[in-house]
Design a protein around this ligand. Structure first.
Ligand SMILES: Nc1ncnc2c1ncn2[C@@H]1O[C@H](COP(=O)(O)OP(=O)(O)O)[C@@H](O)[C@H]1O
Ligand SMILES: C[C@@](O)(CCOP(=O)(O)OP(=O)(O)O)CC(=O)O
Length: 478
């Protein structure tokens, strides 16, 4: 597509990174503590473009699609709700069935309401028909066991998808080994690797909508104010779609990239009613703009300067597929805190000190101290697990992490986020030789203990949300 065409058709693209919480799992749910979060090189991209309807047709339709998956298209009409309820979208049926995507739908309700509210034009004038194409980097989902590129290409030739941007077979062949794989399954059947797809999706979709619909004088991704508005809006939408208030570190990483994160008070979002309910639009604008007369509403702290990786050190992730998963881990840890307030506070205070010490070792580039700093954190994480009865660093992960330390070039690793059986994060020399040694090691480990451990391509990265050149989406956008 020529740049003239791009201009005429008004196409914009943005991406937001996934996350890994290297230290501070559970603690970060409480404002008294912080989390050490890294953005990842795996991004969720959104390409936004106008849809031209035939002259005389006034139907407004927002089409969101994920052409990497089968039957992944969601179409919405919208109306302006009474009593200041904002813009409410309604999913339109395609074919005989309707599959909801709550994260997409909630993001549209939140972002379009805010856009209509701050735009100088009437909502029907500003919110025109648009197509939003989602492209997720491959590491968000486990690849099919056969060669990913060929199986995805075959799938594209044998299945028909309702997605209108599904590339034809010839184009798919050209996409072999490309950045965005085509998965031969529906999104609901895809196996997630836990990099925070919903937070990156909500953030990049919000950023794409704001950039697409608003004049640059009202919203710009490149300004600190723009990123603050994006953060507030994406946090509000993500919390609503999730149906619970997590710490929000994943949305913060999607917007700002790697940082030391202190969460917002849960009360910040409690004043916002449901989309469509009376007063939603005013309450949302107030909370997103962060203006309550003279007081600021948000008390989030995001310190970019406190976090970095030493020169030559990389942060890598291993996907661990060894069986059992634990539900309700957060609930159980918080129940232990309530049960044993004194002992748990003592442990968390000391763990916070060790997490901060690890952040400092990384920032100051003291690679010789890394192993000790990681070991100190892990010791207390295991203690928290034992005290709360939650497998935060289960024995199988302890064995894997200890053995990984024996691999040349590995400084140490942890169970990230809430912990459990699904993943490990590894700090290691950032070179091809070390990656090869880790791959070899985890292949041997998988054989030895059963299950499947694999090194993902993804790496820790400092940068948050950004605009993208359209060239990287060749073959995927019309
Ligand atoms: N590529 C995608 N296209 C469309 N929606 C997506 C995509 N990836 C994730 N989502 C949305 O995010 C949800 C997954 O969120 P969640 O279960 O919280 O996982 P995660 O831990 O990765 O954030 C999906 O059900 C879907 O609504
Ligand atoms: C327990 C936590 O502090 C960290 C959870 O981190 P994960 O990275 O495990 O999270 P999910 O992607 O939601 O599965 C909860 C929180 O901070 O919201």
């Amino acid at each position: 597509m020529s740049s003239d065409q791009e201009q005429q058709q008004h196409i914009t693209a943005v991406s937001a990174p996934g996350k890994v919480l290297l230290a501070g799992g559970y603690l970060v749910l409480d404002r008294a503590y912080t989390g050490l979060v890294f953005g990842l090189s795996a991004r969720i991209n959104i390409v936004a473009q106008e849809i031209h309807t035939s002259p005389g047709v006034h139907l407004t339709e927002i089409v969101v699609e994920s052409p990497q998956f089968l039957e992944a298209q969601w179409r919405y009409g919208y109306h302006l709700a009474d009593e200041d309820g904002g813009i409410k979208v309604t999913q339109l049926q395609i074919g005989s069935h309707i599959v909801a995507n709550p994260f997409v739908e909630t993001t549209l309700n939140y972002a379009l309401t805010y856009i209509a509210r701050i735009s100088k034009h009437s909502p029907t004038h500003v919110v025109k028909s648009a197509r939003l194409t989602i492209l997720a980097d491959n590491d968000y989902y486990s690849q099919p066991t056969t060669s990913s590129s060929s199986s995805s290409a075959d799938a594209a030739t044998t299945h028909s998808s309702s997605s209108s941007t599904t590339p034809p077979a010839a184009t798919i062949n050209a996409l072999r080994g490309s950045r965005f794989a085509r998965f031969p399954v529906k999104l609901t059947e895809a196996h997630k690797t836990g990099l925070g797809s919903s937070a990156a999706l909500v953030t990049s979709l919000t950023a794409a909508l704001l950039t697409h619909y608003l004049d640059p004088t009202l919203f710009s991704l490149s300004s600190p104010r723009g990123r603050q508005v994006l953060h507030n809006l994406a946090q509000a939408a993500h919390c609503a779609a999730q149906g619970k208030v997590g710490s929000g570190f994943d949305v913060a990483a999607a917007v700002y990239g790697s940082s030391l994160y202190r969460r917002f008070s849960p009360s910040v979002l409690s004043s916002v009613p449901e989309p469509g309910a009376r007063g939603f639009a005013t309450a949302l604008e107030r909370v997103v703009s962060d203006s309550d007369d003279t007081n600021k509403i948000w008390d989030t702290q995001i310190e970019k300067d406190a976090v970095s990786l030493p020169q030559g050190v990389g942060l890598r992730m291993c996907d661990v597929d060894c069986g059992s998963q634990t539900v309700g881990m957060v609930k159980q840890v918080l129940a232990w805190r309530a049960r044993e307030p004194v002992a748990s506070k003592e442990l968390w205070d000391e763990l916070q000190r060790r997490n901060e010490a690890l952040a400092l070792v990384l920032k100051e580039g003291r690679t010789d101290d890394l192993r000790g700093a990681v070991a100190a954190v892990r010791e207390l994480v295991r203690k928290m697990g034992a005290a709360s009865g939650v497998p935060i660093e289960p024995e199988s992960q302890t064995a894997l992490l200890d053995a990984l330390e024996g691999v040349e070039g590995v400084y140490g690793g942890v169970v990230p986020g809430a912990g459990g059986y699904d993943a490990v994060a590894v700090l290691c020399r950032d070179d091809v030789e070390t990656a090869e040694l880790i791959k070899e090691f985890v292949a041997g480990w998988s054989k030895k203990v059963g299950g499947k451990v694999s090194l993902l391509e993804v790496k820790g990265e400092m940068k948050g949300v950004r605009t993208e050149e359209l060239g990287i989406y060749k073959g995927w956008i019309q």
